[in-house]
Design a protein around this ligand. Structure first.
Ligand code: FMN
Length: 202
């Protein structure tokens, strides 16, 4: 069993359609911990020691958030800047997080097609995530492909429910260590490893 920590960041949950559902589907299992950063730190006053302790207690770290301006909402940057300290997370003596796994779980307004060379967003969504990937590598963390929900503005209620079920299945698979390294290496999005009925085109 792997212990999964979901660091959740949505600055306007009252307006959310997608993450409301995803959060509802997070399994209430002992091995999966949900931690809402905006709720806990409305003034961005991050408790660094508490966050570092949480990280040490978990094996898989997930940043769950909507994609905002090709990035995460601001509190995740604040969290990274303060929590990932030199000499703790990185640097010649900073090995606290080595061997852990990390991924983003994201919703994006843009379709998958729009995130391509010829699309309006010009680059693949995974290109925009490179700072997360390299941050993980610098800290000795294994970077997993992201879980992505595209085209959020056009999703029906049913689509969103299916995505939420898929997210639930992925979290269970991660916490039960059911996803192998070759599977991870073979996919672009984690979604590809957890098929859902009536695959959604977005
Ligand atoms: C401030 C802001 C910035 C956004 N930036 C992007 C963006 O860069 N790329 C994108 O695909 N969608 C962008 N969107 C759309 C959101 O990603 C989308 O509304 C969200 O993922 C839907 O999730 P929710 O229903 O939980 O809020 C943005 C939305 C807002 C409000």
């Amino acid at each position: 069993m792997a212990k999964v920590l979901i660091l959740f960041a949505h600055p306007a949950m009252e307006k959310s359609r997608v993450h409301q559902r995803l959060v509802e589907h997070i399994p209430k299992s002992a091995g999966i911990r949900f931690h809402d950063l905006y709720e806990r730190y409305p003034d961005f006053d991050i408790d660094v020691l508490y966050e570092q302790r949480l990280l040490l207690q978990h094996d898989v770290i997930i940043f769950q958030h909507p994609f905002y301006w090709y990035n995460s909402p601001a509190i995740i940057k604040q969290w990274q800047d303060l929590v990932l300290e030199h000499g703790w997370a990185y640097g010649s003596e900073g090995r606290a997080l080595a061997g852990k796994k990390f991924m983003n779980a994201i919703s994006a307004g843009g379709s998958k097609k729009s995130y391509s060379k010829t699309g309006r967003n010009k680059f693949a969504l995974t290109d925009y995530l490179l700072p997360f990937k390299q941050t993980a590598y610098l800290c000795g963390i294994e970077y997993l492909p992201p879980f992505v929900i595209h085209g959020t503005h056009r999703l029906t209620e049913t689509d969103m429910d299916l995505h939420a079920l898929q997210y639930e299945q992925m979290l269970l698979a991660l916490s039960q260590d059911r996803i192998s390294k070759p599977e991870i290496d073979s996919c672009i999005y984690m979604n590809d490893l957890v098929p859902i009925p009536n695959a959604i085109q977005s």
